[in-house]
Design a protein around this ligand. Structure first.
Ligand code: PSZ
Length: 485
């Protein structure tokens, strides 16, 4: 009824008092009762630490009490969450539509009777893939589900290599005896000398091949054997972008020239580049952006060299940049060959061209190959995104947040610089890495959870139901923290 008066944007939303909200009963503001970590978190952390290394734990959450944009911890602190489990909660905590999913008996049975999807899928599976995942495909006809982001990249990389070799060998040409023997001892030609190009500052995961293309922090890589694969330069822009067009354009061209050089170098080395993997916004590496021009040219270079083009949307996908897929901002001439996803999509996996399909079964495969329970949840998430027009919300709130951050950058030029991003996928640089960490700690004391990335960036990764009133709370508390520094 009231949707007529408030307009279609909050059709599914509910009014509590004078406040419009997507989640009924969501707290009005943060409430901080103890230090964070508080006494109960510390006790649980000791217990956990006796079982496993737990040094990265920030707090223990109470997932019964957490709601919407608010994470409640075991010490009853009510915290506005702008980081959402490393960018992985699409529509907030305990969304009523998600809580309903497993009251449906078909969904419950799909969850309980988890199939090895590659061999014994349920009768519902093709329909679910079509109606849920393919309904948001970035114009790619095929999708292969996996578990996590690393697993998705790992298998997508295999698809790149398999396709490259199939083309080298010729369609329908059988493997040679030498290939089948040599692959069994990790030697060429069966295990061929091919490479994948990635970028300095990239993060694609922590499994072996994914880690070989990850270059955000040494601690992720130390002591782990890796591949000799080319690492190109990702553009480093000067901000504000509008005032540095010529310099940033030159930066694009410098980086593209390095890409072309490296492709030649690795060809000469006998390790031709079979694919290029890149994030639309380098996330763990510091929220580094590159221009549509850069991504368009990179695609052309990949095509010219017979290399696949893989866009890793694990962190950027599912709406946070204001479009469902971040690479939709780039107006690429054709689709990428592969787009990987996980995090807010709840299931991992990759969309791909028919060309990227292996020619034999079992070549890209594992036991679970995803989980139909996650698809059931994703189905509800996509329905809510559509009904509540959450991409419009992201654009509106993102605009407010970005303007707010730019205003704070002007007010505190000695502290903040290079505010950037799209939608609510935003970041700003802090003068020093220590100050960045201090600010995150001070924000926590004020009941706001934030993330850092790169050396000195602060990043925002709220869920898609982060509204203007949450932005106001965030900006207000951020300003008061900046004033204290
Ligand atoms: O420290 C870590 O392991 C983190 S912190 C953030 C991530 C991982 N992000 C995961 C990620 C990603 O951001 C991109 C662009 N690609 C792949 C991955 C790997 O996903 P998971 O963690 O699901 O394996």
């Amino acid at each position: 009824m009231w949707s007529k008066t408030v307009g279609p944007v909050v059709q599914n939303a509910i009014r509590t008092g004078s406040i419009r909200t997507y989640i009924k009963g969501e707290p009005n503001e943060p409430v901080v009762k103890t230090d964070i970590p508080g006494p109960k978190t510390k006790q649980l952390q000791n217990e956990l630490n006796s079982i496993q290394l737990s040094g990265a734990v920030q707090l223990f959450a109470d997932y019964n009490k957490s709601l919407g944009n608010y994470l409640v911890d075991v010490d009853s602190n009510v915290i506005l969450d702008t980081f959402t489990q490393i960018s992985s909660i699409p529509i907030g905590y305990n969304h009523p539509e998600l809580l309903k999913v497993f009251t449906d008996q078909d969904n419950l049975k799909a969850l309980v009777n988890r199939p090895a999807l590659g061999v014994f899928p349920g009768d519902y599976w093709p329909g679910k893939l079509r109606n849920v995942l393919l309904s948001v495909s970035p114009n790619l006809p095929n999708v292969t589900t996996m578990m996590c982001g690393s697993c998705s990249n790992e298998n997508a990389y295999k698809a790149l290599f398999l396709t490259y070799r199939r083309k080298q060998r010729g369609e329908n040409v059988d493997f040679t005896e030498l290939e089948t023997q040599s692959c069994m001892v990790n030697q060429p030609p069966g295990a061929p000398d091919l490479s994948l190009m990635s970028f300095h500052g990239a993060f694609h995961g922590r499994t072996f091949a994914a880690l070989a293309t990850t270059h955000s922090k040494p601690i992720h890589k130390l002591d782990v054997p890796s591949f000799d694969w080319p690492v190109a330069s990702f553009p480093k822009y000067k901000y504000p972008l509008e005032e540095n067009v010529r310099e940033n354009d030159a930066e694009d061209k410098r980086c593209l020239a390095i890409v072309e050089d490296l492709i030649e170098t690795y060809k000469k080395k006998g390790k031709p580049v079979a694919g290029i993997v890149i994030e639309p916004i380098q996330s763990e590496g510091g929220d580094n952006e590159a221009s549509p021009f850069f991504f368009q040219q990179l695609q052309k270079i990949a095509q010219k060299n017979g290399a696949g083009y893989l866009i890793d949307e694990v962190q950027t996908g599912c709406g946070a940049t204001g479009k469902f897929w971040a690479h939709e901002h780039f107006n690429l001439e054709t689709t990428p060959d592969i787009v990987t996803f996980s995090k807010k999509m709840l299931t991992g996996g990759f969309f791909h061209t028919v060309d990227m399909r292996p020619s034999q079964p079992y070549r890209i495969f594992n036991t679970w190959m995803g989980d139909p329970g996650k698809i059931a949840l994703l189905e509800a998430v996509l329905k809510v995104i559509k009904q509540d027009k959450l991409l419009d919300n992201v654009n509106k709130v993102g605009d407010k947040l970005k303007k707010g951050l730019l205003g704070l950058e002007k007010e505190f030029p000695q502290l903040l610089s290079a505010t950037r991003g799209r939608g609510t996928f935003l970041a700003t640089n802090v003068a020093t890495p220590k100050l960045r960490d201090d600010i995150i700690a001070q924000m926590k004391k004020k009941g706001v959870l934030m993330g850092g990335c790169g050396d000195n960036a602060l990043r925002l990764r709220p869920s898609l139901i982060f509204q203007e009133r949450h932005a106001d709370i965030f900006l207000d508390r951020f300003r008061s923290v900046l004033k204290e520094n």
